[in-house]
Ligand binder design. Structure first.
Ligand SMILES: C[S@@+](CC[C@H](N)C(=O)[O-])C[C@H]1O[C@@H](n2cnc3c(N)ncnc32)[C@H](O)[C@@H]1O
Length: 307
């Protein structure tokens, strides 16, 4: 059985739930760690809508929460929040939580192809009913696109070298496994001083591309805002700078009264302030949490409240 230790659990759920009778969304249900805690805070009148794009996680979750009436578990993308809520007859929510990235179920299960420590098919789909796999990206994308993805999504300075090597190798035979990709990267990129695997950044980049992760976040944040009640909160736990930047900029933009250029004497943009930022600085895990759960080390929680 796969277990996932929920990150920043107390902190995120305390910020999220302000009304025990309210309607909440766990946009990244995973193995239900945060959902369980949210349900503990809700009364019999409260409702939790839990979404995940991973059918395997949904099936495990449905079994885990069998008999619990105030949770609806839905297999969908969080960018389809509007469709999910409308289909349940919900037009307003009291709060939404995003715990981004992959779950331990995805990372630790060899055949999901997320881990550079395993030897499995290059899959990396969070939703195994979707089409594009890491194999397709690695074997079919142009050298230029590979370089761009690895540089932008992996923040990898050796992107050019890695892309070139991928294209060279795949001309001999397709690159099929996580091990082949890991070995290839290790053959052209020096090992960082901290001893970490140089393949880490490229694996992150390919995963982001396969799952369209950054566009998913942007769309879902916009849609969340439309459904939040006044006083309702958006809580986001991110795990790397690309995710965190999107959240930070989204909160900042929607917390501004006006976005007119500074030299215009009267406001013409018509923008309204929609959010109050609750966490001026992101909340990060304690030393104790990081010791217990290494995966939490890069986590950042940001919270904003609808006006
Ligand atoms: C870090 S895990 C969440 C773990 C969960 N909070 C727990 O305590 O068990 C992230 C989950 O979000 C899901 N996910 C990521 N992107 C998604 C998206 N765009 N739409 C729906 N689910 C998504 C993944 O499939 C994964 O199960």
């Amino acid at each position: 059985m796969y277990d996932h230790i929920p990150v920043l659990l107390e902190e995120s759920v305390s910020y999220l739930v302000t009304n025990p009778d309210g309607v909440y969304v766990d946009a990244t249900f995973g193995l239900g760690g945060h959902s369980k805690k949210i349900l503990e805070k809700l009364s019999d009148k409260g409702l939790l809508v839990a979404i995940d794009r991973d059918k395997e996680a949904i099936d495990i979750g449905k079994e885990k929460f069998k008999g619990c009436d105030n949770i609806k578990i839905v297999h969908s993308l969080f960018s389809r929040l509007d469709e999910v809520l409308t289909s349940l007859g919900i037009d307003k929510i009291d709060g939404i939580l995003f715990d981004l990235g992959v779950s331990s179920l995805q990372l630790d299960k060899e055949d999901r192809g997320f881990s550079y420590n395993s030897d499995s098919f290059l899959d990396m789909r969070m939703d195994r009913t979707s089409k594009l796999t890491a194999f397709d990206v690695i074997n079919k994308y142009s050298e230029k696109d590979l370089e761009r993805i690895i540089r932008e999504y992996g923040e990898e300075r050796y992107a050019k070298k890695i892309a070139k090597e991928i294209v060279k190798r795949r001309q001999q035979k397709p690159i099929v496994s996580t091990k082949e990709l890991n070995d290839l990267i290790n053959s052209v990129v020096p090992r960082p001083k901290d001893g970490s695997n140089p393949a880490k950044r490229t694996f992150q980049a390919i995963r982001i591309e396969v799952n369209g992760e950054l566009d998913e976040i942007k769309t879902a944040l916009e849609k969340s805002l439309r459904f939040l009640k006044s006083g309702g909160r958006i809580c986001v736990i991110s795990f790397h700078s690309l995710e965190d930047r999107i959240v930070k900029e989204f909160f900042k933009y929607h917390s501004l009264e006006c976005v007119c250029p500074k030299d215009i004497p009267v406001c013409v943009c018509g923008k309204k302030k929609e959010l109050n930022i609750i966490t001026k600085k992101p909340i990060t895990p304690t030393k104790e949490e990081i010791e217990k759960n290494k995966r939490s080390h890069s986590a950042k929680l940001r919270v904003a409240e609808k006006i």
